[in-house]
Design a binder for this molecule. Structure first.
Ligand SMILES: NC(=O)c1ccc[n+]([C@@H]2O[C@H](COP(=O)([O-])OP(=O)(O)OC[C@H]3O[C@@H](n4cnc5c(N)ncnc54)[C@H](OP(=O)(O)O)[C@@H]3O)[C@@H](O)[C@H]2O)c1
Length: 198
C-alpha cells in the first residue's frame, strides 16, 4: 500500500468515514447518502466507501464549483453543489427536509463553529425527528479503534484492485505545517491534506 494511505483512507480519516457509514448510519445497500464537507479528507473517503458499500444516490456539498466537479468526476458522487451558491438552508432542504422515514443523520464535526462560536447553530425540524422516526447521532473515532482491522479488510482489497483511489493535497516542507493547517481550515485542500518532509 502507498504509505500515505495510512494517513488517509486507512488511517483515522478513513476510520471516521467507515465507522460513520457502517456503525453509526448503519448504511444499507441502496440507501441515499448526503455528505457535507464532501471534498475534504473524511468527505472523499465517505463518498468512495459509500459507493463501494452499495449506496444509492450520493450527494455532496463543498466550498467551490471546482470541488463539486472533482466529486462527481473523480470520487463517484452523483451530484455535488457549492454551498456558497445559495442559502444553505434552501440547498439543504434537499437533505434534512427530505430525510425519509427512519433516516439517519451522523454528526462528525461542526467546522463552521470551530472559530466562530457565535455561528448560528444547525437547525433541525424536531417535529420531523419525531414524525419520521429520525435518528441524529454523533461519535468520536477514538471510541471505535476496534474497527481498524475491519477497515483494513474492507479497504485494502479495493486499494489493491484500483476500485479505491486516494484523494490527497500534498504540501512540501515540514516547516509549512502551520500554513498547511490554516490552508485546510480555509478549504484549500481537496481530499486529505498531507505534509511531505523534504
Ligand atoms: N468525530 C470524529 O472523531 C472526527 C474525526 C476526524 C475528523 N472529524 C471532523 O470531520 C470534519 C472533516 O475533517 P477532515 O479532517 O476531513 O477535514 P477536511 O474536510 O479535509 O478539511 C476541512 C474542510 O472543511 C471545509 N470548511 C471549512 N470551513 C467551513 C465552513 N465554515 N462550513 C463548511 N465547511 C467548511 C473546507 O472545505 P470547503 O472548501 O468545502 O469549505 C475544508 O477543506 C471536521 O469537522 C473534523 O473536525 C471528526
Amino acid at each position: 500500500m502507498p504509505l500515505s494511505a495510512y494517513l488517509s483512507v486507512l488511517g483515522g480519516t478513513g476510520l471516521t468515514a467507515y465507522v460513520g457509514l457502517t456503525r453509526i448510519a448503519g448504511l444499507r445497500e441502496g440507501d441515499d447518502v448526503f455528505v457535507s464537507g464532501a471534498a475534504g479528507g473524511v468527505g472523499t473517503a465517505t463518498g468512495r466507501f459509500a459507493r463501494l458499500l452499495g449506496a444509492g444516490r450520493l450527494i455532496g456539498s463543498a466550498g467551490s464549483p471546482e470541488k463539486g466537479k472533482y466529486l462527481t468526476e473523480q470520487v463517484g458522487y452523483d451530484v455535488a453543489f457549492d454551498y456558497h451558491s445559495a442559502p444553505v438552508s434552501e440547498l439543504l432542504g434537499a437533505a434534512i427536509g427530505a430525510l425519509r422515514e427512519r433516516g439517519r443523520v451522523v454528526r462528525i464535526g461542526t467546522i463552521s463553529q470551530y472559530n466562530t462560536p457565535d455561528a448560528p447553530p444547525v437547525v433541525f425540524n424536531h417535529a420531523d425527528v419525531v414524525e419520521k422516526s429520525l435518528r441524529i447521532e454523533g461519535f468520536l473515532v477514538s471510541g471505535h479503534r476496534d474497527a481498524q482491522e475491519e477497515l483494513y479488510d474492507f479497504a485494502v482489497p479495493h486499494l489493491r484492485s484500483g476500485a479505491l483511489a486516494l484523494d490527497e493535497t500534498v504540501v512540501d516542507g515540514f516547516e509549512l505545517i502551520v500554513e498547511a493547517f490554516l490552508l485546510m481550515l480555509r478549504g484549500g485542500n481537496t481530499g486529505k491534506i498531507l505534509i511531505r518532509k523534504a
